[in-house]
Structures are given as C-alpha cells and as structure tokens.
Ligand binder design. Structure first.
Ligand code: TXA
Ligand code: MG
Length: 321
C-alpha cells in the first residue's frame, strides 16, 4: 500500500469512528488535535478521559465551513470580518454560545471557542463528517503539544484507536485565541496570527502577562518532564563548562560559542527565521525531554510578532506550579 492510499484509508476510518462517537488524532496546521463529534456529549467526554484533562477546561470547536459559526453561537460584524479574513487558518474566536453546544464542550461557560482548520486532511475529514468537531491538542493534559503523528502516538497511543498522519504541522504552535469585548479584539492566547495582523480589523488588547485569561492558560503548560528554565544569553555565557554538563540548551538560532559544553543542543532555526522557530519548537522540546537531562535552558526569542507566542510557550513550559 502506498503512503497516499494508507492515509486515504485512515481518513475514511476516522470519519467512521467519529460517526460512532469515538475519538481520533487528526492533523491541523497548528498542532495535532484529538477530535470527537462536538454535538455528542459522550464522545466529548472521551476526549477529557484520554487526555486526563479537567472538565472545567473547555474545548475548541472546529467547523466544516464558515456558515456553521452562527449555528454554534452569536456573531457580530467584527467576528464575521475576522472569520472571513483568517479562516480557514490558525485563529480561534470565542463567541457567546447557543444551546446547540453541549455543556461539556464549554465547561459550562456561556461562550464557545470556534475555529476552522486549513489543514487539507482535517478539512476533508470534517467535510465528510459533515458537522463540528471538538478538538484540543492531542497531548496528555499539561504536556507538550504534538506536531507530528508520532508525537500523538507517544502521548496517547494506548488510549485512542487511530491517528491520521498528515505530516508535520506547518505552524507548530497552537492557534491564536481571541474574544471580542466592547468591540475590541482581546488576545486570550498568542499564536501564529499576530496582534499586528489582527490590528488591521480593530483595536487589539494583548494579554497582561501572567494573567490567566483562558482556563487552559494556567501557568504550567506545554511542559516537558525535565525542569526547564528561560535564561538570558548573558546568564548562560557565564556558566562554566562543568555546570553545562547534564544540561540541554534550546537556542532560537545557531550560537557556537554559547553551545560549547552542553550535553544536548537544539537550534530552532538555522537562518534565524521566527516562523521556522515556532514550527520546530515543540519537537525540539520533546527531543530534549527525551535526552535524560537534569535541566533544559531556553534562550529567549526577541521580537513582537510570532516571537510573543513562542515566548508564551517557553514561559509556560518553565512554570513550576
Ligand atoms: O491550534 C489549536 O487551537 C489546537 C488545534 C488542535 O486546533 N487546539 C488547541 O486546543 O490548542 P486546546 O484545548 O489545547 O487549547 C484550547 C484553549 C484552552 O486553553 C481552553 O481553555 C481555551 O482554548 N478555551 C476553549 N474554550 C474557551 C472559551 N469558551 N473561552 C475561553 N477560552 C476557551
Ligand atoms: Mg493544549
């Protein structure tokens, strides 16, 4: 069987499992998701069970097409313009929900988070399924989000019947989440769609740092098992060679003099491209986490585009609580 045939087969198997109320790992352009029929509360309950996720942490609902948004919740002119501009793509919009959406999806809140994925495999599966799919990232709760089918197998392989392999994720970090409050665009989670891009459509309010806004943005998140810390270039440069043994270094771009003596080094982008850094971030964290290190040190990424989203992940992965 060719790779293409097997992914076609697994796509139709995925649709079948979803119709029967099961859960499947699916590729999206951001990270892999763990999908279930969003309108079937029992199916959604299986997501929480497989991830070990608290029920108070609501799920994102993925729609087959833009017209579905008004069946799930209430829009306004700004929401409609943002959806038209950025969908399909890595933008999640939180809107007032209507009663079609099961309580388990929204954690009992009166809002629902909605997005439309641009991944061709996801799009064809949700198109064939013909309804909305709830899908959080396909990792155990609090752990590093998966950016390949293999990562999903590592996280949840024994707990789910199928992962559809759609290759590595294009963005590598989760969608930007926004909510419209008093006609302003509030960023609840930074992501591939920058505040600058959103600013073309309205006034943007970025999150005050360290304020948990979405329930899932409690501090420790995306976390490797190995203790991780964000350290400045200057602080790392001061470490002597003995102190570097047993430590992993996560570098945004190559830095040979800084790398010397570390037990393991991951460089996110050889050319220093921040989009490429985001794409490689979670896979690099996962490799370091698998390298039996005592500590992982991450060098900050400076900039005000997708760099903000990368930093948000680094800080959460380093948080202790
Ligand atoms: O890119 C993505 O968004 C990926 C892919 C699979 O689509 N999904 C994803 O889902 O990152 P998850 O569950 O790992 O993160 C969703 C975040 C959680 O922090 C959750 O608390 C928040 O969205 N969220 C969901 N519904 C919400 C709501 N009604 N209001 C505020 N935050 C909400
Ligand atoms: Mg997640």
């Amino acid at each position: 069987m060719t790779g293409e045939e097997s992914s076609l087969d697994s796509a139709s198997a995925a649709v079948q499992i979803l119709r029967e109320g099961g859960i499947v790992g699916l590729p999206t352009e951001t990270v892999y998701g763990l999908a279930a029929d969003a309108l079937n509360p029992m199916a959604c309950a299986r997501i929480f069970e497989a991830k070990g996720r608290p029920l108070a942490d609501p799920l994102i609902v993925h729609v087959p097409d833009i017209s579905w948004i008004t069946r799930l919740g209430v829009t306004n002119l700004l929401v409609d313009r943002l959806a038209a501009a950025f969908w399909p793509g890595p933008l999640t919009i939180v809107i007032p929900r209507n009663q079609t959406v099961p309580d388990i999806v929204t954690g009992g809140q009166n809002t629902v988070a909605v997005r439309m994925s641009a991944h061709p495999v996801f799009a064809s599966i949700i198109g064939a399924f013909g309804g909305p799919l709830a899908a959080p990232s396909a990792n155990r709760f609090g752990r590093i989000s998966p950016t390949s089918a293999e990562h999903v197998m590592q996280e949840l392989g024994s707990r789910i019947p199928l992962v559809v392999d759609g290759g590595p994720c294009a963005h590598g970090i989760e969608s930007t989440i926004i909510q419209i409050v008093e006609n302003k665009i509030q960023i609840l989670r930074s992501g591939p769609i920058s505040s600058e891009a959103l600013g073309l459509y309205g006034e943007v309010q970025s999150p005050a740092s360290n304020t948990p806004v979405t329930p899932g943005s409690m501090k420790s998140h995306y976390a490797p098992r190995t203790p991780m810390e964000v350290l400045s270039v200057a602080a790392v440069a001061e470490m002597n060679m003995t102190a570097r043994v047993g430590c992993g270094l996560l570098l945004p771009r190559p830095n040979d003099s800084l790398s010397a003596g570390f037990s393991s080094v991951e460089v996110l982008s050889a050319s220093g491209d921040p989009v490429e850094m985001a794409t490689h971030l979670f896979a690099a964290m996962r490799r370091l986490d698998a390298s039996e290190l005592e500590r992982i040190l991450a060098i900050p990424v400076l900039g005000d585009g997708i760099e903000i989203a990368i930093m948000e992940r680094l800080y959460k992965a380093s948080a202790h609580e």
